[in-house]
Design a protein around this ligand. Structure first.
Ligand code: GLT
Ligand code: MN
Ligand code: MN
Length: 426
């Protein structure tokens, strides 16, 4: 028998190993030692949704083998219910095998989903058609071949039918495969026209199915991502999508808006707040994918608040001040270092709790007397001067402008709790 002896570096203290049977309870004990978590009842008050694909993500990527076991919708819905995530979202093919779409088997699965949602106190908020993963979409759902486009329309219409059956209010479209690796083979204007035909088919099916169900039509939300999976993307940003919605190609532009994703805007270098402000001004902020990550990198889909908490606070101040209160869709990927147990014991509850904390902090920012007085003073300006005299106008406001930096400092204080007395006695 070969006995392997662990090499021990004499400079390291000897640590007691934690056997696999004790690891999950250690993780749970340390999670509760963090404190400050909200109850499932409190969490349910927010319009937060958990996507099927986020919880079921197995940790795989181009260079990564999976690290987690598959989980089905029954388990995901049950665990979301226990955590207090009141809404659930899915792609058609996350829960229905591609070959069963549109068949009786689809409706059997849909009825099992309805029972799982009802039994666990969840509602389905959003459905989205997967038009990027299957080989049929290799040249996008708006490919040259009329058969591919017809099949794409079937998927979009069928998704709407599923959405109405599940009681959803939103449908999302992520045209990530609308682009190419090498340019020259397609005419971009033609591809965009074909893509609009797909959206038109979805909206028309919606009008008809909604009338049959006696329900309002869904809100159709386009989601942009700048860099992947195609090398070049035809609708890479939320702003490009706003232009597309207003291009005249859509038959029902009033039914179509945006599902911006925090990280997708950051990826191209946007100020996320400014991107959201443009969507708000157009009345097109319908739905919001919440996560975190880094500028000018790929789509790492880190959970909300772990990278840019100050920016997130700022984003939520903007949204709260303009009356947007959801849906906030937890479109992130638990890291592959997190186990199946950790996905529901650590990843989702802590993501929800950080979001709620940031949302409540945004309320503190809006009410904060220092920020309020500073903002009012900036708007009041320095008093009447000759507005044709640049130097005089500058002098009249000069000292007030230091308030910009003071407001930024106050935001930092609110983020760390200094406004409520957190202070280091040194
Ligand atoms: C895909 C994408 C997400 C989108 C999903 C909606 S698909 O996972 O990376 O950002 O929200 O279809
Ligand atoms: Mn997303
Ligand atoms: Mn993403």
């Amino acid at each position: 028998m070969v006995v392997r002896v662990r090499y021990h570096d004499p400079l390291d203290p000897i640590m007691n190993p934690i056997p696999p049977s004790a690891q999950a309870s250690l993780v749970e004990r340390l999670t509760s030692a963090c404190g400050g978590s909200y109850s499932p009842e409190v969490r349910r008050r927010y319009f937060i949704s958990g996507p099927q694909w986020a919880a079921a993500y197995e940790g795989q990527a181009l260079f990564h083998a999976p690290t987690r076991e598959p989980v089905g919708f029954e388990r995901v819905i049950e665990e979301y219910g226990k955590i207090g995530i009141a809404h659930w979202a899915t792609h058609d093919s996350d829960v229905i095998p591609t070959e069963a779409l549109g068949t009786d088997r689809q409706w059997e699965i849909v009825s099992r989903i309805k029972s799982a949602l009802a039994n666990n106190g969840l509602a389905c908020s959003m459905v989205t058609a997967e038009t990027f993963h299957h080989a049929v979409f290799a040249a996008s759902p708006a490919a040259e071949s009329p058969e591919v486009r017809e099949y794409g329309k079937f998927r979009l219409r069928n998704n709407i039918a599923i959405g109405h059956e599940l009681g959803a209010q939103y449908a999302v479209y992520w045209p990530g495969s609308l682009g190419y690796q090498i340019q020259g083979a397609i005419d971009e204007t033609q591809t965009l026209r074909w893509f609009a035909e797909g959206l038109n088919a979805a909206c028309e099916a919606d009008i008809e199915i909604a009338a049959r169900h006696g329900r309002p039509t869904l809100k159709h939300c386009m989601e942009a991502k700048p860099f992947e999976p195609q090398a070049e993307i035809l609708l890479p940003t939320s702003d490009a999508m706003l232009a597309f919605i207003n291009s005249g190609l859509l038959k029902h532009p009033e039914m179509v808006g945006l599902n911006p994703e925090y990280l997708h805007e950051l990826m191209w270098g946007a100020a996320v707040r400014a991107a959201l402000a443009r969507a708000l001004l157009c009345g097109k902020l319908f739905h919001f994918d919440i996560n975190d990550g880094y500028r000018l990198k790929h789509d790492v889909d880190i959970a909300v608040g772990l990278v840019n908490p100050l920016d997130w606070l700022n984003v939520l101040v903007l949204l709260r001040s303009h009356g947007f209160s959801g849906p906030f869709n937890l479109d992130y990927k638990p890291p592959r270092t997190t186990s199946n147990h950790g996905v529901f014991a650590v990843s989702f509850p802590t993501a929800v709790d950080r979001f709620i904390t940031l949302w409540e902090m945004a309320g503190d920012v809006i009410e904060d007397p220092v920020i309020k007085e500073a903002t009012d003073a900036l708007k009041a300006g320095g008093g009447p001067v000759d507005t044709l005299d640049a130097a005089a106008v500058f002098r009249a406001n000069k000292e007030l402008l230091s308030l910009h930096e003071l407001i930024a400092h106050r935001l930092f204080q609110i983020l760390i709790g200094a406004h409520r007395g957190r202070h280091y006695n040194i």
